[in-house]
Structure formats: structure tokens, C-alpha cells
Write a protein that binds this ligand. Structure first.
Ligand SMILES: [Zn+2]
Length: 58
């Protein structure tokens, strides 16, 4: 996914591992950007679909 703050693209699974504050709470839906440390909610599938659709339109 892509970080909303710095635009850095990263693997969701890697980002979840980087979220050290959520080791105890495994149901945390936040992913942490490895680049800037910004925490954002996991991208829901429909957002990915919208993005893919936008790419096609461009
Ligand atoms: Zn970032």
C-alpha cells in the first residue's frame, strides 16, 4: 500500500511487523509506514478497487 503522508509504497505485512506498539493487540488495523512512521488504517478492498479504476481512466 501507499503511505498517505509521504507517498512511500510498502508491503502491508512488513508494515504490520514494524508496528511495535501493537504486539499485544494483534487485531490492530493500523499499518506503520517504514519510511516516516505514519500510522494509517489498512486499505479496505474497495479503496484498492477505486485506485485501480482511476489508473485505468488516466
Ligand atoms: Zn510514510
Amino acid at each position: 500500500m501507499k503511505c498517505a503522508l509521504c507517498g512511500f509504497e510498502f508491503n502491508e505485512k512488513e508494515a504490520q511487523r514494524a508496528c511495535s506498539g501493537c504486539v499485544l493487540i494483534k487485531s490492530c488495523n493500523l499499518v506503520k509506514c517504514p519510511n516516516c512512521g505514519y500510522e494509517s488504517p489498512l486499505e479496505p478492498r474497495f479503496i484498492k478497487k477505486i485506485r485501480a479504476w482511476r489508473r485505468e481512466k488516466r
